[in-house]
Design a protein around this ligand. Structure first.
Ligand code: UD1
Ligand code: MG
Length: 452
């Protein structure tokens, strides 16, 4: 197979976002748009990905260097247009003779299958290929003008289009592919004699045609190439991602009563026959095994849920929550950085953070793992089959052995060994008749005060 590389354009200023965070670092589905684009390049089998960034965007430069290596980060010194931006990638592609695909870092949702067609068109003999889509409102997009054979003849930018050309609804997504030696060569011929006074990458099509090379257009859905320039479009991209994630989950065997109220992240993994009730949020890093049930209003992030486990309603699983099979986490329970063995239960109003809970252990209502002393975090280890009475505080570092009991309301500061009972609270006292005597005394006092 011909070697592949991607050039990711990320030098735009993103002024319309009105943000201190550079546009391409804003997230869709919990992942930065720049990372989405790099992941797409990976999926397409690109051996090299070059990111073109602006000279002042040090945050983007750092993020890109982390993703693709510093030598693949190129700076475009003046934003003279998309052709100039691709040219800026040339030093990193020195000597590369394979095919290159140009991707925009602000267009996060392009499916690999759509972009793949652009590479395939080259294999089928096209010199240049472009990914297009039929736009509901073509507005500012470049128009793809075809010849009678259905091949691409040229791309006309909206500002340069005649009224006939403006009426064309087949638009340029921005994704373009060509063999790098050809692309680099054609880039030298691009001028800036146009309405914007910019160097347009889109001119490559007309230039290739002049050399009698074929230009191909491949297409995808408009929702797959949503570009993000504003917060409103960021929200649209997020909504499009959510629709796609819900559809993918359902077609993989997940049931949801109200899918439109369930929110996914880019890496959410739900097993077969998982049931998700309404209003559940999956933050990044969640894996749920087969047949588990996630009940209404739960929030999960960085968590693993075992098969047939039962979570919620109103549960919060934070990073490092690792639930074994058939674990039960009930309402208003927060779990962070705790491993729970098979069948363990934390059913009501608890905080369990930093530690482990053995198989079949039962954590009563209102139990707190006191994990933090104001400086350091400490571990609480609860053994298999242990029973922690309601409203107990386990002050870490502390351990409760297998099968042990902790009396309700205890504040446990010392280890309790296996099969023992640990109780740490004041002894109960009972004074017979005290309440009646007290009430009589107070009633008399009130009556005498009224007379005065
Ligand atoms: C571009 C296309 C247009 C297409 C549209 C799709 C050109 C000339 N036009 O128009 O046909 O329909 O995208 O959204 O290519 N960038 C740089 N450096 C620059 C200029 C741009 O890195 O000097 C980057 C931007 O950050 C952005 C991308 O290139 O990621 C596209 O630039 P933008 O100015 O948004 O192009 P459009 O006018 O939208
Ligand atoms: Mg744009």
């Amino acid at each position: 197979m011909t070697a592949r590389a991607a050039v990711v354009l990320a030098a735009g200023k993103g002024t319309r976002m009105k943000s201190d965070l550079p546009k391409v670092l804003h997230s869709v589905g919990g992942r930065a748009m720049l990372s989405w684009t790099q992941a797409l390049a990976d999926e397409l089998g690109c051996d090299q990905t070059v990111v073109v960034v602006g000279p002042e965007a040090s945050e983007v430069q750092d993020a890109a260097a982390e993703l693709v290596g510093a030598k693949n980060v190129c700076i475009q010194h003046n934003q003279l247009g998309t052709a100039d931006a691709v040219k800026a990638a040339a030093p990193a592609l020195e000597g590369f003779t394979g095919d290159v695909i140009v991707l925009y870092a602000d267009t996060p949702l392009i499916p690999a299958s759509a972009a793949e067609q652009a590479f395939e068109a080259l294999t089928d003999g096209a010199g240049v290929s472009v990914l297009g889509f039929y736009a509901r409102e073509p507005g500012g997009y470049g128009r793809l003008i075809r010849n009678s054979a259905g091949d691409l003849d040229r791309i006309v930018e909206a500002k340069d289009a005649s009224s006939d050309e403006s009426a064309v609804d087949l638009c340029n997504s921005g994704v373009m592919a060509a063999a790098w030696p050809l692309m680099a060569n054609l880039l030298e011929e691009v001028g800036d004699d146009n309405a914007k006074g910019e160097y347009y990458l889109t001119d490559l099509v007309g230039l290739a045609r002049r050399r009698d090379l074929r230009a191909a257009v491949v297409t995808c859905e408009e929702r797959d190439v949503l570009g993000v320039n504003s917060r409103a479009q960021l929200a649209e991209a997020e909504a499009a991602f959510q629709v796609r994630a819900r559809e993918a989950a359902m077609s993989a065997g997940v049931s949801m009563a109200a899918p439109e109220t369930v929110y996914f992240s880019w890496d959410t993994k739900l097993g077969r026959d998982v049931y998700v009730e309404p209003n559940v949020v999956f933050g990044p890093g969640v894996t749920v095994a087969d047949k588990a049930r996630i009940k209404a209003f739960s929030h999960l992030e960085g968590a693993t849920v075992g098969s047939s486990a039962d979570v919620g309603p109103f549960a919060r699983l934070r990073p490092g929550a690792q639930l074994g099979d058939a674990v039960k986490i009930g309402n208003f329970v927060e779990v962070k950085n705790v491993t729970l063995g098979e069948g363990a239960k934390v059913n009501h109003l608890s905080y369990v953070g930093d530690g482990s809970i053995g198989a079949d252990a039962n954590i009563g209502a209102g139990v707190i793992f006191c994990n933090y002393d104001g400086f350091f975090k400490h571990q609480t280890l609860v053994g298999a089959g242990a029973f922690i009475g309601s409203n107990s505080a386990l002050v870490a570092p502390v351990s409760v052995g297998d099968g042990a009991y902790i009396g309700s309301g205890s504040v446990i500061t010392k280890d309790v060994e296996a099969d023992a009972l640990g109780v740490a609270r004041a002894k109960q006292v009972e004074r017979k008749g005290w309440a009646r005597a007290f009430k009589d005394k107070m009633a008399k006092r009130k009556a005498s005060e009224k007379k005065d």
